[in-house]
Design a protein around this ligand. Structure first.
Ligand SMILES: Nc1ncnc2c1ncn2[C@@H]1O[C@H](COP(=O)(O)OP(=O)(O)OP(=O)(O)O)[C@@H](O)[C@H]1O
Length: 310
């Protein structure tokens, strides 16, 4: 049996009239890398802040590492790490000073703190810049320092809010390797992201839109459950073709990818999707082929249903 690291029921947060998080049920297994995927303003940060005990829910139940939140937030704080979007480093402090400061906050003795800092300097390749001020570091270096600081007290659960938005693909890949090392040690990681390649790396995912949980599961489960059909269309005049496609009732979305358009179709179409589109467009200079769904298609399908229904 897998233990549950995070369990919520009916998690809701209002800001005045705005419902930022609406009635969310989550089950995050221990040891998983769990992705929060959603457009800007979909409620990812608000949900994370409630799970950390930093923000009180308007209603609903939250249990994190077996503790009730917000009631047991103080005890929980020792067992979780939180890396925010802007990394929350002290720019005027050096690499080791940033870490030593956090060690003091967590009440570590000087010798324990120094021992842990030594381990983390090695683990996150920060030795060569140990005396450098945080303000003088590159995006990738700051990210590694932020992860070192967030894991200084060896938390069992790590919250990462869009941790890779300021770094290049190589640093992102290295960062994810570090996350898998943590998961391999039994740590649970909840990570919010906009990037599809990152979503694909997660063991499980939740897709949020306008504060609501649209879908959740492993990447394979989400792909298998996608009811919408996906086709690729190529031919001359792709920009005009795209506008034409978007007028059709069968089409949910169309987006150009290089020399072709990726088109998501309504789920309940009868007959062959390619023949149906070909007859609707009625042009003999284009080709249409069925495509394998991707997580981006899942994301688009689950975050445009509401717009269509409205
Ligand atoms: N303290 C606050 N007061 C009022 N509204 C807020 C507050 N915090 C968040 N919101 C609103 O709640 C909604 C959800 O915001 P949130 O930051 O949780 O989304 P997000 O998915 O993390 O977005 P992003 O990807 O842009 O970081 C937004 O409409 C935001 O403006």
């Amino acid at each position: 049996m897998t233990d549950t690291a995070i369990r919520t029921r009916g998690l809701t947060r209002h800001f005045g009239e705005l419902v930022a998080v609406n009635n969310i049920d989550l089950n995050v297994p221990q040891g998983a890398i769990y992705g929060f995927l959603g457009p800007n303003g979909s409620g990812k940060t608000t949900a994370i802040r409630m799970l950390c005990g930093l923000l009180t829910p308007t209603s609903g139940e939250v249990e994190v590492l077996g503790m009730k939140v917000p009631e047991q937030s103080d005890a929980l704080r020792q067992r979780i790490g939180y890396m925010t979007q802007n990394f929350s480093l002290y720019d005027d402090l050096s690499v080791t000073e940033n870490m030593a400061f956090m060690a003091r906050i967590f009440g570590m003795s000087r010798s324990d703190g120094n021992e842990r800092i030594k381990q983390l300097l090695d683990r996150y390749n920060l030795n060569s810049m140990r005396d450098r001020r945080a303000s003088a570091m590159s995006g990738g270096q700051r990210q590694r320092l932020a992860l070192a600081v967030a894991t200084l007290h060896s938390p069992d659960l790590l919250f990462l809010d869009e941790p890779t938005s300021a770094v290049d693909p190589e640093n992102r890949r290295d960062f994810w390797e570090k996350l898998f090392d943590l998961a391999d040690e039994g740590k649970t990681v909840l990570v919010s992201t906009h990037y599809m390649d990152e979503a694909e790396r997660c063991h499980q995912l939740a897709v949020l839109e306008t504060g609501e949980l649209r879908t959740a599961g492993t990447p394979n489960e989400l792909l298998a459950a996608l009811e919408q059909r996906v086709v690729e269309v190529s031919g001359p005049g792709l920009r005009q073709l795209k506008d034409q496609l978007l007028q059709l009732p069968e089409v949910i979305s169309a987006a150009q990818q290089g020399m072709q358009l990726r088109v998501l179709l309504q789920p309940d179409l009868t007959g062959s999707p390619t023949e149906r589109l070909a007859s609707a467009i009625a042009r003999d200079d284009i080709s249409i082929a069925v495509a394998r769904p991707s997580l981006e298609d899942v994301f688009v399908a689950s975050t445009t249903q509401q717009e269509q229904a409205a």
